[in-house]
Design a protein around this ligand. Structure first.
Ligand code: 3EB
Length: 358
């Protein structure tokens, strides 16, 4: 079965989704306008500027039918609570959006012991997601994409990103998913406004979690980054059909647990590239032969300040010798001193025995 990823501008995505109706598992779209439409499949629309010219703003997750008879494996769509999802025989793509204000009933926000609305929304979203995938038997999550308003803001004496981390980890622990060795890849970004918006890719088979030797596990970050640590791995490696996919988490200018080059976006970009290369090297080390390369990979680049686009792009172009495939998105990174974050999903044809790395 497997999965395929396509990147294109929104109008093209609208056209393609009609053509690919029986293949689209879900869509992630970025832009400032209200991209109505495409509502027949799970779609998450993030209302934030796309910074580069061609406005490649949509990522389409397709069921890869290259080696299958289409009619023998139709996609199934569904809704449960606030989740919209679509699945094939192996993978489930889902989206959920929750407005924090829906959690304000009965809560006194003056009360210092009150749980923040963002934490409540996060717990609700993650509870709904795990209930759904455990129910359906697609219980392994490979990748979460998390977007929330004002990620660097604070209330209840706690940064909002830390509120999100508390909610996420509490639910992971409650659902028996707290083991550091089984954490999904993820990203967590801030937007100017909008609901807590989460997309996820889950499936029936277990993936392998990958860490970065240059960084300590986010799961083991010290207390200064919040009362409960971020629950994600640096990447996950999934074998599916005849392909192997590496889902690389949001990757920033962090070494050990510390932010590097606090006010230098060029140096932060170079450090992020070193971290991406280190994660890819770790994944390659687990395979019989090197498979993955940053060079032919489509990147999603989040930039805090729009005016840094040219500097970030030039650093990437320099490292990748002019060949860059990327979308550039304005978003706030989860630490106030981080200016750039880069993520990617890389696919390769598998000609090795996955049993060796599982
Ligand atoms: C970091 O490495 C930078 O909380 O899900 C990157 C990827 C980051 C995922 C998350 C946060 C997350 O700590 C931020």
């Amino acid at each position: 079965m497997g999965i395929k990823i396509e990147y294109m501008p929104f109008p093209d995505a609208q056209r393609q989704v009609q053509t690919w109706q029986d293949r689209v598992l879900g869509i992630v779209c970025f832009n400032e306008s209200n991209s109505d439409g495409l509502n027949e499949v799970p779609k998450i629309h993030l209302n934030t500027p796309v910074l580069a010219g061609e406005n490649i703003a949509c990522e389409i997750w397709l069921s890869d039918l290259s080696s299958e008879n289409t009619s023998s494996n139709p996609l199934v769509s569904g809704n449960k609570e606030a989740i919209q999802y679509r699945l094939n025989g192996e993978l489930l793509f889902g989206v959920i959006r929750l407005d924090e204000l829906e959690f304000s009933q009965g809560q006194s926000q003056q009360n210092e012991n009150a749980v923040s609305l963002l934490q409540q929304a996060t717990e609700s979203a993650y509870r709904q997601i795990f209930a759904l995938i455990d129910d359906l038997g697609y219980s392994h999550v490979y990748r979460f994409w998390n977007y929330m308003a004002h990620i660097n803001g604070a209330s209840h004496d706690l940064e909002r990103y830390h509120q999100f981390n508390v909610g996420r980890k509490r639910v992971l622990m409650q659902s028996g998913r707290e083991a550091g060795s089984e954490l999904p890849a993820a990203c967590a970004l801030g937007l100017a406004n909008g609901p807590l918006s989460i997309a996820f890719l889950a499936g029936k088979n277990k993936a392998v979690a990958i860490e970065n030797p240059r960084q300590i596990k986010a799961y083991d970050y010290p207390r200064q980054y919040g009362p409960l640590t971020p629950s994600f791995s640096r990447a996950t490696l999934l074998h599916s059909g005849n392909k192997v996919t590496l889902f690389i988490s949001g990757t920033a200018s962090i070494v050990g647990h510390q932010t590097q080059h606090a006010s230098d976006v060029a140096a932060q970009t170079r450090e992020s590239i070193l971290n991406l290369e280190a994660v890819i090297a770790e994944a390659n080390r687990m395979l019989d032969e090197p498979r993955f390369s940053l060079h032919d990979t489509f990147l999603r680049v989040y930039i805090r300040r729009s005016e840094d686009l040219d500097v970030v792009r030039a650093e990437l172009q320099n490292h990748l010798e002019g060949q860059i495939n990327a979308m550039f998105i304005q978003a706030d990174i989860c630490r106030h001193d981080l200016l750039v974050e880069i993520e990617a999903s890389i696919q390769s044809v598998a000609e090795f025995d996955m049993a060796k790395v599982a």
